[in-house]
Design a protein around this ligand. Sequence first.
Ligand SMILES: *Cc1c(COP(=O)(O)O)cnc(C)c1O
Length: 429
Amino acid sequence: MSITSGAAPTTLPPFFTFHNGQLMVEGLALNALAQQHGTPLFVYSKAAILAALGAYQRGLAGRAHQICYAMKANSTLAILQTLVRAGCGLDIVSGGELERALAAGVEPCKIIFSGVGKTRAEMRRALDVGIGCFNVESRAELDVLNEVARSMSLRAPVSVRVNPNVDAKTHPYISTGLKGNKFGIAHEDVVDTYRHAASCAGLRVVGIDCHIGSQITQAEPYLDAMDRILDLVQAIETAGVPIAHIDFGGGLGIDYNGDTPPEADALWLRLLHKLDTRGYGDRKIFIEPGRSLVGNAGVCVTEVLYLKPGEQKNFLIVDAAMNDLPRPAMYQAFHQIVPLAPRSEPTAVWDVVGPVCESGDWLGRDRALAVQAGDLLAVMSAGAYCMSMASNYNTRGRAAELLVDGETATLIRARESATDQLRFESLLP
Ligand SMILES: *Cc1c(COP(=O)(O)O)cnc(C)c1O
């Protein structure tokens, strides 16, 4: 077993601190919450969510704007409610998310509907409740939406998602704003598409949008994309189609492992400067942040079940798994893993793995930790794209979720039982 000396220094996200040797979220010890509610357990800080939102609100203060939280990042009702009560609209990508959004109490006019594969039924329901905008991703979708809206004697508010083709060579982490992926309409087809949309009796052009990727840690891709979008706005309006709002999408990254994305307010200071300089400062601004609002506001607490030292690798088997935290298995993503009550003993190097029967079921590799069976660990930065991607693989129930506000913890999702999982199935007669 390889031994290293001393625990690695840890930078914790805002609202997570060590106090008397215990990892706290706001005013509560995670250890106590885990004793009470069991593990695996997701715990979110309300203050962290509102602080992340606050940075965008400061950045856009004094401008006509709408922040639409991209709810696929974490769509638990109480998380949506927290953001909606603070003024957010919601960016949805399915009919299911539309129902969640409505259940969370958002005004329908603050909902925007993104995604490449909206069905006729989803369009009908969204028109029926009166959502604010459809972000349309293809010419074919535009035609179907026109047909559906006409059949209801309505005009669907539309924005066309354009693919700004931001250069991947300078910005290698951007994955959705480039030619050769399924998202958006190619730059060269945009003006024609708007001409067509403006001629459709079932459509009402309201905006333009883009979303260039996720976990973006630099300002330059946004500045480049803004330039390209504004070039397009100019061309579209020259063709006689006015554009009321410009939606710059989401994608701002968070600090998972020493990443240094710009702060949202600092980023928007630069973007607004460009917008003003180019003469578009009067337009209503939409944004669709997901990860940057919730990612660093949540952790997943897990218990160490077994230590399994080996010749080549030491495995730490914990009770959370890829069905709870799919990002490492899906994207080889890094999450910090922190003991809730660090021991002073020397550390060993471990691969932290779950109980699921897949070699891909790992949460962290080569982590220096001093732990015993029964210890509790926090998988950090687990607020985005974890619970919303969780599955029942291996017939594992989804974890419980808590929202902490100061010294109060509220159970916002009960742990899923085996009975819950069997409910929709039938035995043969
Ligand atoms: C996923 C998504 C977002 C949010 O992305 P983040 O990286 O979580 O900020 C915004 N807009 C669209 C269209 C998306 O698909």
